[in-house]
Write a protein that binds this ligand. Structure first.
Ligand SMILES: [Zn+2]
Length: 145
């Protein structure tokens, strides 16, 4: 298989969350809302700004695909079938928006993970299908190379 097959096959996948957008002719991205009144940026769609209270002033924007690790925790216990330990992280995206996601491609050791370290988004097929056999595209963070 050519190396690009992972990208071109995303068209048949469903987004795992509604703020993950999969354009027909482009790379997946995370969608956010920006307040025209105060400039605050949020993940996903909103109708009111929780920073200044403005209503119907929010426009959809494409969030950055990189940011800084804000906080994380190493998860040692989870649901059956979920591999542990893994790193659950909260990332402040460049230009605004705060996103929770798993940090991959790093040892789940506190010495390896620094607050404020630069990270980037990666999109991957989710490891499991749903009951109807649908496949999903999900997102992770990884240390920026
Ligand atoms: Zn606002």
């Amino acid at each position: 298989m050519p190396p690009s097959s992972e990208n071109t096959s995303t068209n048949s996948l469903l987004p795992v969350v509604d703020f993950l957008k999969i354009p027909e002719d482009g790379e997946p991205y995370l969608e956010g809302s920006r307040c025209a009144q105060c400039g605050a940026t949020f993940l996903g769609e909103r109708s009111a700004c929780s920073s200044c209270g403005a209503r119907d002033q929010l426009e959809s924007i494409r969030l950055a695909d990189q940011g800084e690790l804000y906080v994380y925790s190493i998860v040692h216990r989870s649901f059956p079938g979920v591999e542990v330990p893994y790193v659950s992280a909260i990332v402040d995206l460049e230009g605004g928006g705060t996103v929770k996601g798993n940090l991959i491609n790093v040892e789940p050791e506190p010495e390896q993970i620094k607050m404020g370290m630069p990270v980037e988004l990666v999109f991957k097929k989710a490891p499991r299908k749903d009951a109807e056999g649908n496949e999903y595209l999900t997102y992770y963070f990884q240390p920026k190379s």
